[in-house]
Design a protein around this ligand. Structure first.
Ligand SMILES: NC(=O)c1ccc[n+]([C@@H]2O[C@H](COP(=O)([O-])OP(=O)(O)OC[C@H]3O[C@@H](n4cnc5c(N)ncnc54)[C@H](OP(=O)(O)O)[C@@H]3O)[C@@H](O)[C@H]2O)c1
Length: 323
């Protein structure tokens, strides 16, 4: 038997794959009652997670249902095995990245803005700065969007989601350049130490790294300045991976454009300059969250419980306390 802690509001449908030996302990969001739990499946990035943890007794395993665990590690004591949700976000987050790239290149945010004004307009060069109409097409037709085909895409963080992004981008005929912490071959992955040499050649730069002390402000004024004029920065990682002030400056001076699922701070305050920065598409940290994702997450959780009960090694272990 294993006592499995879950959020009080969790749908019973998500627990159907759980083994019979799992005794479900529903954890009220409010209250001071102490609860005995062996295996805690964390609700999604709740701000009260640390205070909830303080009400639990006997926790041996904490299973995050998010790929990143930067919101757990600061308060989780040693001696508890922590597992992340690596893999369960691959489909939803890589699809968001593809949608953000295509929406930005085809100028959907601009056309949606024009639609709300009931305005039938093409792309106005003076509004977009670098997105002007120079070239053989000038005077022939207005530029209405760009092709993704033929572009160079730099994926920074070639892990589970990074490789899912590559799989979805490949049919578009782009050149992919991969970056991780350390270099490797087959396929070729560059070390992050080469980032400054790689940035100037990329049309699209995708940040999909975990948030760690090393990745905080990985994109600062220097990195943003190294980007090709008009290049597109996609941040689907965590907000603090990009220096917000430097990003606002780069957008306002129309050096680059951006599509962001994450910002620093979150939520973005209503009066924040990023909201109205030009050529910037923002979604409120939703890339990983789809109805299909939650079923994937709890199927994975059920598998972890079966491994736990069988005494087998758990998957996705971030810190192993040998439970
Ligand atoms: N927006 C959303 O809703 C959403 C959803 C899911 C995930 N995320 C974010 O995406 C992150 C990645 O998820 P994942 O499942 O793909 O993780 P993963 O499989 O662990 O891959 C992470 C990759 O980042 C690389 N990396 C780590 N530190 C780095 C550094 N300092 N410089 C360059 N590369 C570095 C790793 O390099 P090595 O391979 O060399 O170790 C690895 O390739 C999560 O941690 C989370 O923050 C966001």
């Amino acid at each position: 038997m294993v006592r499995v802690g879950v959020d009080e509001n969790l749908s019973p449908e998500l627990l159907t794959d759980f083994p019979n030996e799992a005794e479900i302990v529903r954890i009220p969001r409010k209250g001071s009652e102490k609860l005995d739990v062996d295996f805690w499946i964390l609700p999604f990035a709740r701000k009260d997670a640390a205070t909830t943890f303080a009400r639990l007794r006997g926790v041996k395993v904490v299973q995050s249902m998010m790929a990143g665990v930067d919101w757990i590690t600061p308060w989780l004591p040693e001696g508890i095995t922590l597992c992340d949700g690596r893999g369960i976000h691959d489909i939803s987050t890589s699809e968001w990245v593809l949608a953000a790239i295509l929406a930005s290149m085809k100028r959907f945010p601009l056309y949606r803005d024009l639609q709300s004004l009931h305005e039938w307009g093409g792309q106005a060069a003076e509004r977009d700065g670098f997105l002007n109409e120079q070239g053989a097409q000038a005077g022939q037709y207005r530029i209405l969007g760009e092709d993704l085909s033929g572009k160079s895409v730099l994926i920074i963080g070639y892990g589970s989601i990074g490789s899912a992004i590559e799989a979805r981008l490949t049919p578009f005929g782009v050149t992919i350049v991969r970056v991780a912490r350390s270099a490797r071959q087959s396929p070729q992955v560059h070390s992050v130490s080469e980032l400054h040499q790689l940035l100037p050649a990329a049309d699209i730069v995708i940040a999909i790294v975990p948030f760690t002390p090393e990745t905080e402000k990985l994109f600062g004024p220097k990195e943003l300045a190294l980007m090709k004029p008009g290049a597109l920065l996609i941040n689907a990682a965590r907000g603090p991976v990009v220096d917000t002030d430097a990003l606002v400056e780069a957008l306002e001076t129309r050096k680059i454009r951006a599509a962001l699922d994450v910002t620093d701070p979150e939520p973005l305050p209503p009066n924040h300059p990023l909201w109205s920065a030009p050529n910037c598409l923002i979604t409120p940290h939703v890339a990983g969250s789809t109805p299909e994702f939650i079923h994937r997450a709890f199927r994975f959780g059920a598998g972890q419980l079966r491994r736990y009960l069988a005494g087998e090694p758990l998957e996705n272990v971030v810190s192993d306390a040998g439970y």
